[in-house]
Design a protein around this ligand. Structure first.
Ligand SMILES: [Fe+2]
Length: 152
């Protein structure tokens, strides 16, 4: 499995979102390493971090879309819901003792990366238009308070 590299076509141009997406890619690459090393303990730890971070990121994105009055925020949220449901299913199967790491890795690697590359670009115009200071100091207070709300 090859590492995922950050490419400019993944960029939304919204710096706070791009840095969160880079962090997700970092976790996916750590998972690749853990699977390659066949290290179950490390794999479990990375998976927990990756899932936890991704779910916080989704909550952050949803609140950004709401702040931007993005018209298709509900559809985007439903896409996140589908992902959240899949993750919960995998967690339940894992608790029952099933080996789900490879499937879960595929989901994170393929679905999540497609979501970043395709779906996330859709809310960018609304964010740019309705939150014009998003990349400047002007919105740092709002960003900080949302980050402390969602990223524990
Ligand atoms: Fe998203």
């Amino acid at each position: 499995m090859a590492y995922i590299e950050w490419k400019d076509d993944l960029a939304t141009g919204i710096s706070v979102i791009d840095s969160q997406h880079k962090r997700i890619i970092h976790y996916i690459n750590q998972l690749t390493d853990a699977l390659r090393l066949n290290d179950n303990i490390l794999t479990g730890e990375v998976l927990i971090n990756l899932i936890d971070y991704t779910l916080s990121h989704f909550a952050f994105e949803e609140s950004l879309m709401e702040e931007a009055h993005y018209h298709a925020a509900n559809i985007h949220r439903q896409t996140h819901d589908a992902f959240r449901n899949k993750i919960t299913d995998y967690q339940k199967r894992h608790e029952k003792g099933e080996q789900v790491t490879d499937e879960l890795f595929q989901l994170l690697n393929i679905w999540l990366m497609n979501h970043i590359a395709e779906d996330d670009s859709s809310y960018v115009p609304a964010v740019r238009e309705n939150i014009p200071g998003i990349n400047t100091n002007q919105k740092q207070g709002w960003i900080k308070s949302k980050i402390s709300e969602f990223f524990k």
